[in-house]
Design a protein around this ligand. Structure first.
Ligand SMILES: Cc1cc2nc3c(=O)[nH]c(=O)nc-3n(C[C@H](O)[C@H](O)[C@H](O)COP(=O)(O)O)c2cc1C
Length: 317
C-alpha cells in the first residue's frame, strides 16, 4: 500500500516535505504543489527552488504542473527532467475560478478535445512518465465519463482521482460511489484522494475501495502529520509524538525565519500552517487563537515554548 502527500499550494513545499520525512515518515511519495507560468510567460524562482534536487534529498518527489497546452508542458518537461525526475504530474483538479476560468486545472475537464489534443502531443514525445490528478468535472460529474474514455487511449502512468467537482471546491463529501463507478470504466492504475482525515476514516474508505492501493492524503496529514505513519504502523505514544512534532516545527521555523524577511512574512507562513497543525492539540481552538494573535516572532517563539510545555496532544482516532 502506498500513501502519498497531496500537493497543497502554500503548505507542502520542500521545508515541510523534508521535515515530515526526517522526523515522522510513513509517506512514500510527495507531490509538489503545481508549478505554473505567470501571465507574461515567466516562471517564479520559488517554483524552481521547490524542485531543486538539493532541496529534496532522499525523498521521493513528483513535480506537478498546471498547463493546458503542449508547448508549456515541454518547457516544464525539460526543466523537470534536467533536475533528475522521472515522472511529471498534470493538474486537472484545481477548482479555483481564477485558474478554472482559463481552462486550467478542473476548468479543462469540460473540454475533452483539448485534453485529447494535449495528451496526444505529450505522448508523441515525452521522455517522462506522466500521471494525472483530476476531479469529477468542473460543472457536473457527467463530464468525467468521456474524459476517462480519452485517458484509456494513452499510456498514462497513474491517475489520481479526487471525486468532487470543481464548482464544489471542498464542500460536501468526496463521493466514493462515483470513484467506484469510474474505477470500473478506467483501464488504468487509479489512486484515491479525498477526506482521509483519521485512521478510522482511512479504514472505512480503504475497505470500500479494496482494489485500490494508492491513497493520497492532504489536509489529513497537515492536521495529523503522523497519520500516514500511524495507518501503517499503529498509533504512536503521545509523548513521542509531541517531541517529534516540535522537532518538525523547529526545522520549518528555522527555514522560514532564514528564507523570508520581516516578522510579518514569517508569521504569515507559520500561522497558515497552524490552521492545520492546531488540530493535533486537545485545545485546538485555544492554540490556534493564541498563535493567530502573534505579531512578532519573539512572541511567537515564547508561545511555542508555552504550548510545548502546557498543551496536550489529542489522541488519534
Ligand atoms: C490550500 C490548498 C491548496 C491546494 N493546492 C493544490 C495543488 O497545488 N495541486 C493539487 O493538485 N491539488 C491541490 N489541492 C488539493 C489537494 O491536493 C487535495 O486534492 C484535496 O485537499 C483533497 O484531499 P484531502 O481531503 O486529503 O485534503 C489543494 C488543496 C488545498 C486545501
Amino acid at each position: 500500500m502506498v500513501i502519498s502527500l497531496a500537493p497543497l499550494q502554500g503548505y507542502t513545499e520542500f521545508p515541510l516535505r523534508n521535515a515530515l520525512h526526517k522526523y515522522i515518515g510513513g509517506i512514500d511519495t510527495y507531490y509538489t504543489p503545481y508549478l505554473k507560468f505567470e501571465n507574461d510567460g515567466s516562471l517564479r524562482q520559488k517554483f524552481v527552488r521547490d524542485i531543486l534536487p538539493e532541496n529534496n534529498q532522499n525523498i521521493n518527489v513528483i513535480p506537478q504542473i498546471l498547463v493546458n497546452n503542449s508547448i508549456d508542458f515541454f518547457k516544464f518537461h525539460d526543466l523537470i527532467k534536467n533536475n533528475g525526475y522521472t515522472e511529471i504530474n498534470l493538474n486537472f483538479g484545481c477548482p479555483y475560478p481564477m485558474v478554472a476560468n482559463k481552462q486550467l486545472g478542473s476548468g479543462i475537464l469540460p473540454f475533452p478535445e483539448t485534453i485529447d489534443r494535449l495528451l496526444h502531443e505529450i505522448f508523441e514525445k515525452t521522455q517522462l512518465k506522466v500521471s494525472i490528478k483530476f476531479r469529477s468535472g468542473y460543472q457536473s460529474p457527467e463530464e468525467i465519463v468521456p474524459i476517462i474514455s480519452i485517458f484509456n487511449n494513452y499510456p498514462i502512468h497513474e491517475l489520481i482521482y479526487h471525486p468532487r467537482i470543481g464548482k464544489q471546491l471542498y464542500k460536501g463529501n468526496a463521493d466514493i460511489e462515483t470513484f467506484k463507478t469510474i474505477s470500473t470504466l478506467s483501464n488504468q492504475k487509479l489512486a484515491y484522494n479525498g477526506d482521509i482525515n483519521t485512521i478510522e476514516n482511512y479504514q472505512v474508505i480503504s475497505k470500500n475501495i479494496s482494489s485500490n492501493n494508492h491513497f493520497m492524503i492532504g489536509r489529513g496529514l497537515l492536521m495529523n502529520p503522523f497519520l500516514a505513519y500511524e495507518i501503517k504502523n499503529g498509533i504512536l505514544e503521545l509523548g513521542a509524538k509531541k517531541e517529534k512534532f516540535f522537532q518538525l516545527h523547529s526545522d520549518i521555523f528555522e527555514h522560514y525565519s532564514n528564507a523570508l524577511s520581516g516578522d510579518a512574512h514569517v508569521l504569515n507562513k507559520l500561522i497558515h500552517l497552524w490552521e492545520y497543525f492546531s488540530h493535533l492539540f486537545e485545545n485546538q481552538h485555544k492554540v490556534y487563537k493564541q498563535i493567530k494573535k502573534c505579531k512578532k516572532l519573539s512572541n511567537y517563539k515564547f508561545l511555542i515554548k508555552e504550548i510545548s510545555n502546557n498543551e496536550s496532544l489529542a489522541s488519534s482516532k
